[in-house]
Design a protein around this ligand. Structure first.
Ligand code: F6R
Length: 606
C-alpha cells in the first residue's frame, strides 16, 4: 500500500526514482510523483494521477535534473485521487513522501495556522509540522525527530530540504523503510524489490528509528537522537524475479512458476526416504514441541484461507491438537484467550499487513509463542515473531496472491508434520504426506501445463456471467473460498465461496441462469456427499464446472479432471486450476489483472 523511493548519489535521480516506482507500482497505483533537487539546490516537483506511465509522460515533457530526490506511488487513504493529493508534499522548505496514516492530523492542522493547505492529506500536515520546527539553527534531522514525537499513527517517511542538499532524512513507525547502501550512492525504498540490481547491502530501519542518508551511507538514531548501531543485512532475490520473463502478466508468471517456487519452499525440509518433515526456523525445544496442544493461525484474505486448509491437514496429522484459524482484522479487537501451551502461526506474504501485525503484538502480550509463516524476507512480521519460517516463494508482484498461497499451505503442513512426530502422529500418514509433498512440484507443473488451454477455453464461455458460487467440502472448502476470492478480485464478477453442505441452508436460493458454480470434488470418502447439491443447482439453471481428481461419472456442464497420484494434497493442485480460470476470465473481460481496481498489494493501514 503506497511505495516510497529515494536516491542520493551520482546518477540522475529522476531515472532511479521512476525505475524504482515502476517496481513498487503494485503496492499502489492511484497517483505518483517525484521531487528532486538540482545542482543549484533548487527543488522540482512533478505529480500525476494514474499509473507511473502518466508520471513518465509528465517528466518527458519537463525532465528534472539533479542527483537527489524522493518519489511515491499512492493508494489513496486520505483525500481523493487528485494531483494535489499525490505525494511528494511540500511545505516551506520541506519535501516529503509518506506511507501510513497520521491519526491526529486534524488537531495538528488546526495548530499550523501559518500554512495554506492545498491538499486533503494527512501527509501535507506532517510536511508543515516539520517545516514549522525547521527554524534557525535546527537541523533537518532534529526537526523531523521533534515533529515525529507529536505524531499519533503510522509512518514511513523520506524528507529533504534545499537548505541541506545531499541529505535525505527517513524514519519509520509501522511502515517499512529500507536503506540500500551502494558505492557512492544511497537508495531508499519501502520494499527491497526496488533496490535489487543496485545493491545487496541494506539497513532495515526498525520502528521508532530515524536515519540521515547521504551518498556515503546512513547514520541511524532514535527519536531522542541517540546514535544507534545499525548492521547492514543482505537483500535476497534477483532482478529476474521481478520481471515478467516472457509472460504477458506477473499473475500468469506467478501461477506458472509454482513448481519452481515450491521446490524452494520444500528445499532441505522434507526427507521422503525417512518419511519426515523438518523446519529449522520455529526454534522450539523438544519439550515445547511436545507441550503444544493448541495452534492458532492468523491471517487476512488468501493467507487466512491458506491457514484454514493447513488446519485440516494439521488436525489429521496431530492427534491431540486443537486448531483455530482467525481473521486478523477481527481477532485483534476480540477479548481472546489462548491456552498456555498455544503457539500462534502468523501468516503473511508481505509480512507488513497491519491487522496481522496487530494480532501478532496482541498475542505476544499474552505470553504466547509466535511463529511467522512469511514470504517477504526482513519484513516487519518476520522481524517481530519469536521464530518461524520463510516460505521462499520469491517476490509476488501481482496483487492477487497465488504462489504464496501454495507455499504458505505447504510450510504450515510441514510444521504440522513435524509437530506430529512429538505427539504420537501416525508414522504412515506423516510419511504419506511427505511423499506427496516430494512430488507436488512436478504434479503442479503437469496440472498447469495439461489444463492451461482448457481453462482458457472455459474462461471464454464463463466470462459473461454476473455471479459465481464456489463450492467444496472438507479440504476443498478452503479452496472454494480461495477460488471465489481470486475470481472476484481480478474479474470483478460477484463470487462467493461456500461449504457445499451449506448450499441448502441458504445460498441455493440465489441460483438461476445468471450463475455459474465451480464445484471442487475430491476423490475421497466424502465424494458422494461432495456431489450433493450438484443436481439441485443444475435443475435451477445454474451452469456447473467440476474440478476433480475423481474418475467417476459426474453430471455437469464442464468437467476438468486431473490425473495424479496425489490424493491428500489434491486440493492444492485443483486450486491452481482455479487460479488459471480467474486469470483467463479477467483477461477475457479486458481487466488489468496485475493491478485490479481499488486493491493494493500490501495493506499496511487498517
Ligand atoms: C488475495 C490477496 C489478499 C492477501 C491479504 C493478506 O489475492 O492478495 O487477500 O492475501 O491482503 O496479505 P499478506 O499475505 O501480505 O498479509
Amino acid at each position: 500500500m503506497c511505495g516510497i523511493v529515494g536516491y542520493v548519489g551520482k546518477k540522475e535521480a529522476q531515472d532511479v526514482l521512476v525505475g524504482g516506482l515502476r517496481r513498487l507500482e503494485y503496492r499502489g497505483y492511484d497517483s505518483a510523483g517525484i521531487a528532486t533537487l538540482d545542482d543549484n539546490d533548487e527543488a522540482h516537483l512533478a505529480r500525476s494521477v494514474g499509473k507511473i506511465s502518466e508520471l513518465s509522460s509528465v517528466l518527458e515533457k519537463a525532465p528534472q535534473t539533479g542527483h537527489l530526490g524522493i518519489g511515491h506511488t499512492r493508494w489513496a487513504t486520505h483525500g481523493g485521487v487528485t494531483e494535489t493529493n499525490a505525494h511528494p508534499h511540500h511545505a516551506g522548505d520541506i519535501y516529503l513522501v509518506h506511507n501510513g496514516i497520521i491519526e491526529n492530523y486534524k488537531e495538528l492542522k488546526a495548530e499550523l495556522k501559518d500554512y495554506d493547505f492545498a491538499s486533503d492529506t494527512d501527509t501535507e500536515v506532517l510536511a508543515a509540522l516539520i517545516d514549522s520546527n525547521y527554524k534557525d539553527g535546527v537541523s533537518l534531522k532534529d526537526a523531523v525527530a521533534k515533529s515525529l514525537k507529536r505524531i499519533r499513527g503510522t509512518y514511513g517517511i523520506a524528507v529533504f530540504s534545499p537548505k541541506e542538499p545531499g541529505t535525505i532524512v527517513v524514519a519509520r513507525l509501522g511502515s517499512p523503510l529500507i536503506i540500500g547502501l551502494g558505492h557512492g550512492e544511497t537508495l531508499i525504498a519501502s520494499d527491497a524489490s526496488a533496490l535489487l540490481g543496485y545493491t545487496r547491502e541494506a539497513i532495515y530501519l526498525n520502528d521508532g528509528e530515524l536515519a540521515v542518508c547521504t551518498k556515503d551511507g546512513a547514520e541511524v538514531f532514535s527519536l531522542d537522537l541517540k546514535h544507534l548501531d545499525s548492521k547492514p543485512e543482505t537483500i535476497e532475490g534477483n532482478v529476474e524475479q521481478i520481471q515478467k520473463s516472457g509472460y504477458d502478466h506477473f499473475l500468469l508468471k506467478e501461477i506458472m512458476e509454482q513448481a519452481t517456487t515450491l521446490h524452494n519452499t520444500l528445499s532441505g525440509r522434507i526427507n521422503p526416504k525417512l518419511g519426515k518433515m523438518h523446519l529449522g526456523g520455529p526454534n522450539l525445544t523438544e519439550k515445547e514441541m511436545r507441550d503444544i496442544n493448541h495452534v492458532v493461525i492468523v491471517g487476512c484474505g488468501t493467507a487466512y484461507y491458506a491457514g484454514l486448509l493447513a488446519s485440516y491437514f494439521m488436525e489429521q496429522l496431530v492427534p491431540d491438537l486443537t486448531t483455530e484459524v482467525v481473521i486478523a482484522s477481527e481477532y485483534r479487537y476480540r477479548s481472546f484467550h489462548l491456552p498456555k501451551n498455544s503457539v500462534a502461526l502468523i501468516v503473511s506474504q508481505s509480512g507488513e499487513t497491519a491487522d496481522t501485525l496487530a494480532c501478532l503484538r496482541e498475542i505476544k502480550k499474552r505470553g504466547i509463542k509466535t511463529l511467522g509463516i512469511v514470504n517477504a524476507v526482513g519484513s516487519t512480521i518476520a522481524r517481530e515473531v519469536d521464530g518461524g519460517t520463510y516460505v521462499h516463494a520469491g517476490p509476488e508482484i501481482s496483487v492477487a496472491s497465488t504462489k504464496a498461497f501454495t507455499a504458505q499451505v505447504v510450510a504450515m503442513l510441514m510444521f504440522g508434520g513435524m509437530l506430529a512426530e512429538y505427539h504420537g502422529g501416525d508414522p504412515k500418514l506423516i510419511a504419506e504426506y511427505t511423499r506427496e509433498l516430494s512430488i507436488l512440484p512436478e504434479e503442479i507443473e503437469k496440472t498447469l501445463n495439461t489444463h492451461r488451454e482448457t481453462m482458457e477455453q472455459l474462461a471464454k464461455k464463463y466470462a459473461k456471467y454476473d455471479d459465481a458460487l464456489y463450492l467444496g467440502r472438507d479440504t476443498a472448502y478452503p479452496i472454494a473460498l480461495e477460488g471465489a476470492l481470486k475470481l472476484k478480485e481480478i474479474s470483478y464478477i460477484h463470487a462467493e465461496g461456500y461449504a457445499s453442505g451449506e448450499l441448502k441452508h441458504g445460498p441455493i436460493a440465489l441460483i438461476d441462469d445468471r450463475f455459474f458454480e465451480v464445484f471442487t470434488i475430491l476423490d475421497n470418502w466424502l465424494f458422494d456427499k461432495a456431489c450433493g447439491g450438484l443436481h439441485e443447482v443444475r435443475a435451477r439453471g445454474g451452469k456447473t464446472i467440476i474440478l476433480t481428481n475423481s474418475k467417476a461419472d459426474i453430471e455437469a456442464d464442464d468437467i476438468v479432471r486431473i490425473d495424479s497420484p496425489i490424493k491428500l494434497l489434491a486440493p492444492i493442485l485443483l486450486n491452481t486450476l482455479q487460479q488459471l480460470l480467474a486469470y483467463y476470465i479477467a483477461i477475457e473481460r479486458g481487466n488489468d489483472v496485475d493491478q485490479p481496481r481499488n486493491l493494493a498489494k500490501s495493506v499496511t493501514v487498517e
